[in-house]
Design a binder for this molecule. Sequence first.
Ligand SMILES: [Zn+2]
Length: 133
Amino acid sequence: MDIISSISTSIDIVKKLRELDRKVGEADFKMLLADLTSELGDAKLNAANLKVELAETKERAAALERDAARRVSAEPEVHEGAYVFGGIARHYCTGCYDQGGKKILLNELTGHWTAFGKWQCPVCEKTLGPSTL
Ligand SMILES: [Zn+2]
């Protein structure tokens, strides 16, 4: 039973208690009061569980954020003559990064241009990577 249904059941019981006719016996009143106490107890317990779950979720989110920040700031690795960051399959110009710290995404060479390498930088026009020659 979740907290929302505990609370709505509690509200229903309060409504019944309000609608109780004076003729209704004390036994009915006591029974509804016992139900109300039980429902509120469940709601309290569920609220406590939710608090724990929220704390755990926040902790997981913080850990994921730390991982993401580490990936972004990671030192580049060389792959096929170009730089890749955090193991993500995007290739960047080594020259532009080494000289100015700029991450320039490389264009992949096609056709007979592959004789010069696998990639070309759109900024410094350097070709990188293994050639087909
Ligand atoms: Zn470049």
